[in-house]
Design a protein around this ligand. Structure first.
Ligand code: ZN
Length: 415
């Protein structure tokens, strides 16, 4: 994960929350304002929508839509201009009881620039553009190579982007014989070499910055003939990028079609690559455990302590990890308790803690936050890497079952 992992993780949580909300009617307003877009124009549009919404037949739906639009406009007034990366606003009645209205505003300033403008009033919130943002963080470099043509592209999530198409003027095979045939052959070889060099330089310009940002996960190279192998074997690619090659594939097309074909043919390689990386990390974790090197720790309390000491090298969190941190506080005497528990346990805890154990006051307040989010933030502040371990691999499952899905590989022993 890159340095933005905490923001991305938060975004993921918010999106999950939004996805759970269902309107009783088509009454949930989603509004996407792209980076750099004039917020006054959006206000204008909302005023128009407000006018249109007066005609909604169902009384309850009308009331909720008008209420949502009012709140949306109120909220927009908080901004002098659209935030730097844009704004996603979700407003609507979240009450599941008929006749009871509880209109909430969820405003998200995304970690990366929004490039979509959208207004929709529906039974659910529109979250796809944000979900797309969660997916597109990691990239795979794509190169198709032929004697005369090359295409450089990127795979982000499911999106394939053509970055550059290069062509060369390598002359075709000549029919002339003798001296001139050999001369042509030399020229051809020289031209091919120059072209390969050029592809390598362009690929470096595109991929190296991504590698440095930690976004480039791998490179896949394809082409119809042996040219692609020459390209790989003869060091035309920057040595750091060469280490990132995860597959060389036979394809028949070039250009955009070639990139599509490449991704399709490499789908197993891609899937395997994601799984392998995760598996390796978990295996490393297990290896430390078996050898008792003292360089790992697990469990929420222990990991938290290691993070506080700045001793964590890699923080491993299972995507199944779902604990919350709860602070109960007596507003009368100041008694306070901090605990980690599941959402269900929190409901019970809240019900059972009616009076302060110290002074008996009933004036108790609760504060609750996501443990994973908190730990990821701590990890980033101390410069540790964060890896979210999926439940898709056996190792990932094992990590979740055996260690509750939370562990850390340490920089040094702490006990
Ligand atoms: Zn008290």
């Amino acid at each position: 994960m890159s340095h933005k992992s905490a923001e991305m993780y938060e975004l993921k949580k918010k999106v999950e929350e939004l996805k759970k909300i269902r309107g009783l009617g088509t009454e949930l307003v989603s509004l996407y304002i792209p980076a750099g877009y004039d917020i006054n124009k959006v206000m204008q549009q909302l005023r128009e929508e407000y006018g249109t919404a007066q005609n909604i037949k169902s009384k309850t739906t009308r009331k909720n839509v008008l209420g949502a639009l009012e709140r949306a406009m109120q909220h927009l007034k908080l901004y002098k201009q659209t935030p730097e990366t844009g704004l996603a606003l979700f407003v609507g009645n979240v009450s599941e009881q008929e006749g009871v209205s509880d209109i909430r505003v969820f405003a998200i300033i995304p970690p990366e620039p929004l490039n979509i403008r959208l207004y929709r009033c529906d039974q659910t919130f529109v979250t796809e553009p944000l979900e797309e943002m969660l997916r597109v963080k990691d990239a795979y470099g794509l190169i198709t190579v032929e004697k005369n043509e090359a295409t450089i592209g990127l795979l982000r999530g499911k999106k394939i982007e053509v970055i550059e198409e290069l062509t060369s003027n390598v002359p075709g095979k000549t029919r002339a014989g003798g001296q001139s045939a050999r001369r042509y052959e030399r020229i051809r070889e020289q031209e091919t070499h120059e072209f390969m060099k050029r592809i390598g330089e362009h690929a470096t310009k595109v991929f190296l910055p991504l590698l440095e940002k930690g976004e480039l996960k791998g490179i896949i190279i394809g082409g119809p003939g042996p040219t692609k192998e020459e390209f790989v074997e003869d060091d035309y690619l920057h040595h750091e990028l060469r280490k990132k090659i995860i597959g060389v594939v036979d394809i028949s097309y070039h250009g955009e079609y070639g990139l599509r074909e490449l991704v399709e043919k490499a789908s197993d390689i891609l899937k395997e690559h994601e799984a392998v990386k995760e598996r390796k990390l978990v295996q490393e974790f297990f290896r430390h455990l078996v050898k008792d090197t003292g360089l790992i720790t697990y469990g929420e309390k222990e990991v938290r302590k290691a993070l506080e000491l700045g001793a964590v090298d890699v923080l491993l969190i299972s995507e199944g990890y779902d604990r919350v941190r709860v602070r109960a506080k007596c507003n009368h005497c100041g008694w306070e308790e901090l605990r980690t528990m599941t959402e269900n346990e929190y409901e019970i805890y809240k019900k059972n803690l009616k009076t302060c154990p110290k002074c008996g006051s009933q004036n108790i307040s609760f504060e609750k936050w996501d443990v994973a989010e908190e730990l990821i933030k701590m990890a980033e502040e101390s410069g540790a890497d964060v890896e979210v371990i999926s439940l898709d691999t056996e190792e990932g499952q094992q990590f979740y079952r055996a260690f509750g899905g939370l562990g850390a590989i340490l920089r040094y022993k702490i006990q």
